[in-house]
Ligand binder design. Sequence first.
Ligand code: MTE
Ligand code: MO
Length: 533
Amino acid sequence: MLAALAGLLAAAVALGSAELVAGIVGRASSPVVAVGDAAITLTPESVKHVAITTFGENDKGALVVGTLLLIAVYALAIGLVGLRSRRRGVLGIALFGVIGAVAALTRPEGGPFDALPSVAGAVAGVVALLALLTPLTHPEPAAVAAGARGDGPHRDERVMDRLRELLGSVDRKGTGMDRRGFFLTSGVALGAAALTGGGGRLLQRRFDVAEARAGLELPTPSSRAAALPGGADLATEIDGVTPLFTPNRHFYRVDTAISVPQVRPTDYRLSMTGMFDSPRSYTLPDLYGRADLVERDITLTCVSNEVGGTLAGTARWIGVPLGAFLRENGVRSGSSQLVCRSVDGMTIGAPTRSALDVQDAMLAIGMNGEPLPVEHGFPVRMIIPGLYGYVSACKWLARIEASTFEAYDAYWVQRGWATDGPIKIASRIDTPAPLRSFPAGRRAIAGVAWAQTRGISRVEVKVDDGAWAEAELAPEVDADLWRQWVLPYDFTTGRHTVSVRATGADGEVQTEAREAPFPAGASGWHTTQVVAG
Ligand SMILES: Nc1nc2c(c(=O)[nH]1)N[C@H]1C(S)=C(S)[C@@H](COP(=O)(O)O)O[C@H]1N2
Ligand SMILES: [Mo]
């Protein structure tokens, strides 16, 4: 049992030391983060999808907890193995270090220094394990020199006796085990783990860019968003309907980053490579200082969104018009794909055509009146209305390579997702909430519908076996935004089935045919069960 505890403590020392070194080298080099990142990269799409839909925004937290639990089990085993064979115990920890180092080194942006936290952690772990196992196989020196304590226990020995009592262990001195030595060493190990781990976390804070971001002043765009028509936001009148704009703190987040990339504004560079005639490189002041900044309202959606799901949000973005920007760099007509690379190595392949031609496509620097939040891609991301995020919305954008679809498969495409990602027309019932009963009688059925770049012209609602009834639409703000809808309905007591379907301004009626999000986005009507009475 004590050997297992020794394994656990050695792992704590290893992880703590690794965090300390990661505090110097960089956050993403921490073995926990690196192994978690690698796990995300290697996870099959089906599992990843389950993780996103089960844990939602907490999927990374769940992964980190899972990783730590695995480490704990492994560490217990190492302790037990190590008691019998020191060599195997040491090898076990070394293997653990190698896994961390390989994970850190093979990150797309990994460098040789990224192995250091794992190596340092493994060395510290080995030292701790050996130090902890020694007293478990060697008798207490004092017990060997029998009678040395005839005049009663010293103060620290009383403390140790008390500890033994607390831990329910029987004091069997001289049986080949030095419990006192073990617990003393354990205390030292625990302290070392806490100090290094805590210190590492503190050091890692210096990579935070929150302060630098707060110090930035968002420039005033030369072209403002269109004024909102009166009564544009139904959420002011109808409880439960999604508000027209999604506050940044509620905006859905989907990415593969366990530790959110921290890009210092002064270090930021955007480089243009590949099929450009006159590629330039841009600093953040270059982009913030441009005269052609625009402000636009755009709804962003994720291809992983289920029918009725919440992976969609609307913001007022400020950014550089993408078409003009690409032409300024002399993008060649032969380019069909822009391979957008983020600082953490993610690649997102956007169609060059859309980037050039879709109105309001932009390199966004502002979101709802603030510089982009760090989780949403600070300092620069791409937005192309009408395309799912995985083929357009690269966050923490560092490089745009003009290329072709034949030449390169971007991250999600390598994993089987469709090369083209036009957003499918969708509608969602926000209220009444499913299965939460409300008083029978007249009540609003309401929600949102979207078909970016085309706009929504009609939303229809069906209750039970009734006919489709046309809902009232909120005034159209822009074709790139979702549109709220409402239908007052007289509910009789009991359970009812409510369905919704939208029609785009181009005449497309939302299909009933169900498709899963993989590989090109979900389709089908959103249907919910509601209870009146
Ligand atoms: N660097 C990077 N950019 C990314 C992603 C990512 O994993 N890494 N995910 C994309 C996906 S799948 C979507 S839907 C949008 C989500 O943007 P949000 O998190 O700001 O809502 O970002 C896109 N940009
Ligand atoms: Mo997405």
